[in-house]
Design a protein around this ligand. Structure first.
Ligand SMILES: Nc1ncnc2c1ncn2[C@@H]1O[C@H](COP(=O)(O)OP(=O)(O)OP(=O)(O)O)[C@@H](O)[C@H]1O
Length: 758
């Protein structure tokens, strides 16, 4: 986790530069230019000095640049031009009185990618056919799968569903015909919700066909509870319940309801007392009612669905689920309605087949059939496979990865989004995943800052203190959203294509998340949502064309769910993951696992390519490197000029490093915190501070401490002075910290799908 090797490409006084200074790195031309410039610096008088010092005096955070050659003294960024000489490994404080800060060059001392790029011709593959699309050209219709004409017509005319998807075909056929338990596994966005809801509703509709002696249908709200659907979060339950209500509009004698908490238990009890035929619930709340609500009669329950099985287990519901299954078994009685099946069918649903899903299967399923989109596909033999291998991405999803050194991360993300939204209409909605809430908040401020206004103000010589500026910004955001979560994405908007920026994370109140997400879902303008994993699972957002994983997911499983927000039900989609040169490059193997063909369609790009496309253009006066550097310098000044933003940047940086340590154990070798170049990383947060000096009130001390913690942890108990008996080993401490961090994130995520978009 070194921060050495960082290039300090700033001006320093004569007392520091020795005439015999050696210049290393770069080409011979660079070194020669550097030598000449150094000599030149020593001899020339600097008319720009006074101005620079004045600027620094106005702002205690402003870096004073010292002496520069005459033609380069316009702005401090001129010192950072890529064409400027570089002395690799040279590290000098930018100002003798402020040794904690320095400006480093963007384009020097960046590590090279370890793995060579595969030859292009080998990578060219035909566009893949969508694997999660409705099969419009096929012979299957909802009617010939066995759904009643009434239900099929309702799907077609009211819900505009013309044909089933592959997983719906397999599961409707199986679940209508047989009584076996089932495990439904299919890709993200393949319509799994309808895959279990449609046969279930059809079976309950069929029960109604039988008439009693008074010639009445036998099913109405108080004829018994026939089905329970369990989902891990309140909001996923709401999402399912909305879909269910839409289907039941064609069979309004069947009544569904939810018990998910968030309201008085008394109201839930009253609802149960009135009678329901299908119940959607969270496990915790169901257990509570099973124990305490007499009105909840489960003797007729013949269908139990466990949706998002992996997440139910991730969130620690194993015990509750075990208890529920036992109680349902114990309380089951023969029904007075003759056509009600004698045994209960349990259906487990998941996009991935992890070990914990298998465990849930063992708890809840008996002689289950594995329902897949393609019934001819062989079952994975899990005994000799890594659990992370058990996921598939939609084949039409175009995935790529970018090898971007730490210093170039921020500019590369900006360039990529600039390029993406350059042409109106090419991309409507993009989601950018980041590691944690502080990182999201900082980038939201940065990308929405009003650069033109700031520049105008500077050229007018107008002074505004940070507070005025903040107030002005708050007012502006207020206009777009009452919660400050929506703002113009100025960093990548063009006059022809304004982009709306949204932010979303688990630290926002639920109502704000719901409102923000609703706005993103409904927006007809181009828009970007910067978010944490809070938005990674279960969310069904329309028209998301692009997913960018600026920070790779904390597990392969999360990655699957993140990229699953695009390329849904047969639509096209693109996904890009940012990786740093070094151990992170090994993550490509994880990306490849999601493809049936070993990832031939996976493409690679790098920072220079992205920057050229994003910052290049028609301006002949400056090349893309200069423009990139100008932009970076500008954001560094913006952060320095305003204490609020500076603190946000520092907080984001610190939280990011901490979050980095929480990758799952299986992936920690690919995201090794010891390889993280903290000095370079600071640049991606517009910071000029030395890593060890980045301390934020309310957070633990600087990264030096974090670094020590992790070094100690990785080196085992050696660095730990406490006796093993007295305290857990440092490795355990780190694992425990990582576990807590993940638990915290999960806690946030649990509230995350609380987006009732309907
Ligand atoms: N047969 C169909 N034709 C067209 N659209 C469909 C069809 N079935 C489902 N959809 C739509 O596809 C979207 C995704 O469905 P759903 O959320 O059930 O997918 P999923 O497989 O559960 O995804 P995830 O694993 O990401 O939760 C929904 O908007 C749904 O209305």
């Amino acid at each position: 986790m070194a921060d050495d090797g960082m290039l300090m490409n700033f001006s320093i006084g004569d007392t520091v530069i020795k005439p015999e200074a050696k210049f290393k790195g770069g080409t011979w031309r660079d070194r020669l230019t550097a030598k000449k410039r150094s000599a030149h610096r020593g001899s020339e008088k600097e008319p720009g000095d006074a101005a620079a010092r004045n600027a620094a005096a106005k702002n205690p955070n402003q870096i004073q640049l010292g002496t520069r050659p005459v033609k380069r003294q316009k702005t401090d960024d001129s010192f950072n031009r890529p064409s400027a000489p570089r002395s690799g490994g040279d590290r000098r404080p930018q100002h003798p009185r402020d040794p904690t800060q320095f400006i480093s060059s963007l384009f020097s001392s960046n590590p090279e990618a370890r793995n060579p790029e595969e030859p292009k011709e080998e990578r060219e593959v035909e566009a893949a056919k969508p694997t999660n699309a409705p099969m419009i050209d096929g012979l299957d219709t909802f009617t010939n799968l066995g759904l009643s004409p009434n239900l099929a017509a309702h799907l077609l005319t009211k819900l505009e569903l013309k044909a089933p998807t592959a997983i719906q075909t397999s599961s409707i056929t199986q679940l209508l015909k047989e009584e076996n338990d089932a495990f439904i596994q299919a890709e993200t966005g393949s319509g799994k919700t309808l895959a279990y809801l449609l046969p279930l509703v059809q079976r309950i509709m069929d029960l109604s066909k039988a008439k009693n002696e008074h010639n009445d249908t036998q099913v109405h709200r108080d004829s018994g509870l026939f089905a329970i659907i369990l989902a891990p979060t309140r909001e996923l339950c709401k999402q399912i319940s909305v879909v269910l209500e839409n289907i039941l509009r064609c069979a309004n004698w069947i009544v569904c309801g939810t018990v998910i908490g968030g309201e008085k238990k008394k109201s839930e009890k009253a609802r149960l007392r009135k009678g329901l035929n299908i119940l959607v619930a969270t496990p915790g709340r169901l257990v509570d009612h099973l124990d305490n609500t007499e009105a909840l009669d489960v003797s007729n329950v013949r269908w139990l669905v466990l949706d998002e099985g992996d997440r139910l287990m991730d969130m620690g519901f194993e015990e509750e689920l075990q208890g529920i299954v036992k109680k349902l078994d114990a309380r089951q009685r023969p029904s007075r309605i003759p056509s009600v099946p004698t045994r209960r069918t349990t259906i487990l649903c998941s996009a991935t087949l992890k070990m914990n899903v298998q465990k849930l299967g063992e708890i809840s399923l008996k002689d289950a059939v594995h329902i897949k989109a393609d019934p001819n596909e062989e079952d994975d033999d899990k005994s000799d496979k890594d659990e992370e291998e058990s996921f598939r991405v939609p084949a039409q999803l175009k995935q790529s990865y970018a090898i971007v050194p730490a210093k170039l991360r921020l500019v590369s993300l900006t360039a990529y989004l600039k390029r993406t939204f350059m042409r109106k209409g090419s991309v409507m909605k993009a989601i950018v995943f980041m590691s944690c809430a502080d990182v999201v908040d900082f980038h939201f401020e940065l990308f929405s800052r009003n650069q033109d206004r700031d520049q105008q103000r500077k050229s007018d010589g107008e002074e505004k203190d940070g507070k005025d500026e903040e107030e002005e910004r708050d007012e502006e955001k207020e206009k777009l959203s009452p919660h400050g979560t929506i703002a113009p994405g100025r960093a990548f908007s063009t006059p022809n294509n304004p982009v709306l920026l949204h932010r979303l994370h688990g630290s926002l109140p639920q109502a704000v998340r719901t409102a923000t997400l609703g706005s993103f879902a409904r927006s007809t303008e181009a828009c970007v949502m910067i978010c944490t994993d809070v938005a990674s699972r279960g969310l069904d957002l329309p028209n998301v064309d692009l997913v960018v994983e600026y920070d790779p997911a904390f597990s392969a499983d999360d990655h699957t769910h993140r990229i699953g927000r695009t390329a849904r039900v047969g639509r096209d989609g693109r996904a890009l993951v940012f990786l740093q040169p070094g151990c992170e490059e090994n993550y490509v193997e994880v990306l490849k696992r999601g493809y049936r063909d070993g990832g031939k369609a996976l493409t690679r790009t790098d920072a220079n390519e992205i920057l050229k496309r994003g910052f290049g253009g028609n301006d002949k006066k400056k090349n893309w490197e200069e423009k990139t550097t100008d932009w970076q310098m500008d954001v560094e000044r913006w952060a320095l000029d305003n204490p609020t933003y500076l603190e946000m940047a520092r907080r984001a940086y610190q939280s990011h490093v901490r979050a980095y340590a929480t990758h799952t154990a299986a992936e920690r070798s690919m995201f090794d915190i010891k390889e993280l170049h903290l000095g370079h990383l600071a640049k991606a947060f517009a910071l000029r501070d030395r890593p060890g000096k980045i301390n934020v009130p309310g957070l633990r001390p600087g990264q030096e401490d974090t670094k020590k913690d992790f070094k100690a942890a990785r080196n085992g108990a050696a660095g730990n002075k406490r006796k093993a008996d007295d305290a857990p080993s440092s490795t355990n401490v780190t694992d425990e910290a990582a576990r807590k961090m993940r638990a915290k994130m999960r806690e946030h995520m649990s509230g995350a799908n609380e987006f009732n978009l309907a």
